[in-house]
Write a protein that binds this ligand. Structure first.
Ligand code: 6PG
Length: 475
């Protein structure tokens, strides 16, 4: 391999790393590739003869580094956590001033902030970059959320712009802010992904247990919904999931799949960070919690036996298909609320970390390539593109009308589901948030009274300034 000829290098030839490298190679970049087990890097070249000229596997990390043009651009696509620190520690002594290290994995943004600080002053540059779109996205065009020093971005931008997904010819990549900004945005993307998927699964639950629809019919409904407001990748794949027949049993594939959802932690991080920022993203939280409960299948089966006799007996609320339009409208409305929560978390993080996150741009780069891609994101992009500040999507003039119109459907679906004993935790969380959010006078006055009684925590009065402690009767 000729030294100093590779435009960029990728370390970690797992599914995502290999596909990202092949995407770069296909777009005309010479890509050095490296893996802990070098054979894997050679296999990426050998298994893709069309792109072999642009894929340069290296036996050792030293060879890998030597093969790169300067300033060197090294992308890590290794499991999040310690492996990133390990790879960085190994390569740093081999790099020179001005070289760029890019962590493209699903990192915890707190780690990205820490790593940025560790690299500071060393002459090396560090970028934390969220990449969404799964295997196919990595190969043919992901959505890319970049964080790090602004003046580092031009060093990687030419490659990223070429490999990113395109929405009406616009590349779905942007520099979003310093240090952890890119990975934070990717984390919120995943939290929204969880909420989107959970709400779809809840609607599926109503279709299955309330309306007693067959998966094939459900697939038709989701395909129909995919032609309107809900049009999105997740609705599209749901129809495919529901249509699939298991070749072994010749029954719908969804019916042979165990009802326990896995999770790698990014959805949970989104919820934890939102809570830390004081903007509880309750719909996202309900989705994370539902995955947790789903995995306690044995315990659920035992509980089901204990409550066998307790039948809500109201399943007739969903007795016919006439309610499908109502389900569609409820899902649209809850989706707007879930996204509003994700956006509120990003706005708060932006303030907290002085990132100045471009919220409209984030919606723009999510319109294609990523898992939550949808036309709906174009509406969010437009809401942020009017030059006025959007306090919360639920206060944006573009969405107020839609939520006002759809809220009654959401309300009826949540109420009917409750009466029918069909769990809809994310849909109900969205509705509760909406009702709480639009209530000018809440009930926290009572909480303040309680806090003051048992702990002299003080409260404020409407008619006086300052913190006040009241002498409550002794209890
Ligand atoms: C993406 C996805 C991806 C994530 C998977 C699985 O944007 O491409 O968010 O990064 O790893 O969706 O996540 P869970 O295993 O947590 O469901």
């Amino acid at each position: 391999m000729a030294n100093g000829t590779a435009d960029i290098g990728v370390i970690g030839m797992g599914t995502m790393g290999a596909n990202l490298a092949l995407n770069m190679a296909e777009k005309g970049f010479r890509v050095a590739v490296q893996n802990r087990t070098p054979a894997k890097a050679f296999a990426v070249r050998d298994d893709n003869p069309d792109l072999a000229d642009n894929v340069l596997p290296a036996e050792t990390l030293e060879d890998f580094v030597k093969s790169l043009k300067t300033p060197r651009r090294v992308v890590f696509m290794v499991p999040a956590g310690q492996p990133v620190d390990d790879e960085m520690a190994k390569i740093r002594p081999l790099l020179q001033e001005g070289d760029v290290m890019v962590d493209a994995g699903n990192a915890d943004f707190n780690d990205t902030v820490r790593r940025s600080k560790e690299v500071e002053g060393s002459g090396l540059k560090f970028v934390g970059m969220g990449v969404s779109g799964g295997e196919l996205g990595a190969r043919h065009g992901p959505s890319i959320m970049v964080g790090g020093a602004k003046d580092t971005y031009p060093l990687i931008e030419p490659v990223l712009t070429k490999i990113a997904a395109k929405y009406q010819d616009e590349p779905c990549v942007a520099w979003l802010g310093p240090d952890g900004a890119g990975h934070f945005v990717k984390t919120i993307h995943n939290g929204i992904e969880y909420a989107d998927m959970q709400m779809i699964a809840e609607i599926y639950g109503i279709m299955r247990d309330g309306l007693k629809l067959e998966p094939k019919r459900m697939a038709e409904v989701f395909r129909d919904w995919n032609t309107r407001e809900l049009a999105s990748y997740l609705i599209e794949i749901t129809a495919v999931n529901l249509d699939e027949i298991d070749p072994e049993t010749e029954t719908p594939m969804v019916e042979v799949i165990v009802d326990e959802a896995g999770q790698k932690g990014t959805g949970r991080w989104a919820v934890i960070e939102a809570e830390k920022l004081g903007v509880g993203a309750t719909t996202l939280e309900a989705a994370v919690a539902a995955r947790g409960l789903s995995s306690r299948r044995g315990e659920r089966a035992d509980a089901a036996k204990l409550y066998e006799g307790v039948e809500p007996g109201q399943a007739q609320f969903f007795a016919d298909e006439a309610g499908l339009a109502e389900l569609e409208s409820a899902l649209v409305t809850a989706k707007i609320i879930a996204y509003a929560q994700g956006y509120a978390a990003m706005a708060a993080a932006s303030d907290e970390n002085s990132w100045n996150l471009p919220l409209g741009t984030i919606a723009e780069i999510w319109r294609a390539g990523c898992i939550i891609r949808s036309h709906f994101l174009d509406d969010i992009a437009k809401a942020y593109d009017k030059g006025h500040t959007v306090v919360n999507i639920l206060q944006s003039p573009d969405f107020v009308g839609r939520v006002a119109k759809g809220q009654s459907a959401l309300r009826r679906v949540v109420a009917k589901a409750a009466l029918a004993g069909i769990p809809v935790p994310a849909l109900s969380a969205a509705l509760a948030y909406f009702d709480d959010y639009r209530r000018a006078r809440g009930t926290a006055n009572l909480i303040q009274a309680q806090r003051d009684l048992f702990g002299a925590h003080t409260f404020h009065r409407f008619d006086k300034d300052g913190a006040i402690h009241h002498q409550w009767p002794a209890v």
